[in-house]
Design a protein around this ligand. Structure first.
Ligand code: 3EB
Length: 333
């Protein structure tokens, strides 16, 4: 690896409340942050780390916790509206902004990313590696455009305002999903050193999508290789820049798997080597809960029962997408 994120700098633990309690007990002072998914606010243990409730139904469980763990001692702090935690190499943060319709989503997204970049530049972790974006009613009409497109406009403008180039190596791996209600939730992982950007040869880079998909392109890469981990962005049934297999979740899943293989294949060209499904974590977002049994069956067959997979009901950012899958994979040791 040529980048500067320490080889063993980042771990992910996922699961129910039990896994969370165990991780908190076993890794005191090393929890970077927690994303807690659930239709009802999941219980979060006391502890000085950034945390965010992602208001999405978990399919087959009540709650699911994603616990990002550092291998070195961490320090937690608050700055403006951001809670963050850093270990000298990585910084994890969370920011929750009310999304009450008073402000335009474009302005709220701009404010969120402006504040994040400001923090990262001041604290010396300038490299945004991964961003998680959740906000209500992603496919609804906004003031002028679909709300996802307005989110893209604000996010894009914040990159420009903070002097960030929109292109390879300066955009993070990301996901953007719609919740039924609630706040704009942005969680992020940043580094002192850059990761290696990964694109998918089957797809147009998202930051080069044509204008048909909105006046300002989404600012994310298909993946980022950070030390020993591959962070794969939300991946869907898109070829080039077009959605394929409209209305057919099974075929969308197959195309999504093909895209995931392509991203992982690109990462392998940069030296990433992982085969162990026990170190693979997937978040599967389904627009319709009734697709869960079919998708679950197919993914068990693909990855076996050893991978860590959670199924969440969410609106995917294009109205014609029925499924999106994101991944985190630790390389074999
Ligand atoms: C896509 O490939 C599907 O706007 O941050 C995937 C991952 C998608 C991240 C984002 C959007 C985002 O265009 C959508």
């Amino acid at each position: 690896m040529t980048d500067g994120v320490a080889a063993d700098a980042l771990r992910l633990v996922c699961g129910s409340r039990e896994q969370l309690d165990r991780a908190v007990a076993e890794c005191p002072g090393r929890i970077l942050g927690v994303l807690a998914y659930g239709a009802v606010e999941p219980v979060l243990p006391a502890g000085d780390f950034p945390r965010a409730w992602v208001e999405l139904p978990v399919l087959g469980a009540d709650a699911w916790y994603e616990i990002w763990v550092a291998t070195r001692p961490v320090a937690t702090a608050h700055d403006g509206r951001i809670s963050f935690c850093c270990d000298g190499s990585l910084l994890f943060g969370s920011l929750v902004l009310p999304e009450n319709g008073d402000d335009r989503l474009e302005a709220t997204a701009y404010a969120a990313y402006h504040e994040i970049f400001d923090l990262l530049d001041r604290k010396g972790y300038p490299e945004l590696l991964r961003a998680w974006n959740y906000f209500p009613k992603i496919n609804d009409a906004g003031d002028e455009f679909e709300r996802y497109r307005e989110f893209n406009m604000g996010r894009h403008e914040a990159f420009i305002a903070k002097g960030r180039i929109i292109g390879e190596g300066s955009v993070p791996a990301a996901c953007a999903l719609g919740t039924p209600r609630g706040n704009l939730v942005v969680c992020f992982l940043a580094g002192k050193m850059p990761g290696i950007p990964i694109e998918n040869p089957r797809q147009t880079s998202a930051y080069r999508y044509p204008r048909d998909f909105g006046p300002k392109s989404p600012t994310f890469s298909r993946g980022v290789l950070a030390g020993e981990a591959l962070l794969v962005s939300g991946t869907a049934s898109i070829i080039g820049s077009e959605t394929v297999h409209r209305g057919d979740v099974c075929r969308q899943l197959e195309e999504t798997l093909e895209n995931l293989r392509a991203v992982i294949g690109q990462a392998r060209r940069f030296g990433f080597g992982a085969d162990d499904p026990r170190h693979l974590f997937l978040n599967v977002y389904l627009r319709h809960a009734e697709d869960y049994p079919a998708v679950h069956g197919r993914l068990e067959a693909e990855f076996g029962a050893m991978a860590h997979v959670v199924y969440l009901q969410a609106d995917v950012c294009r109205a014609d997408l029925l499924i999106e899958v994101e991944a985190f994979w630790m390389r074999d040791t």
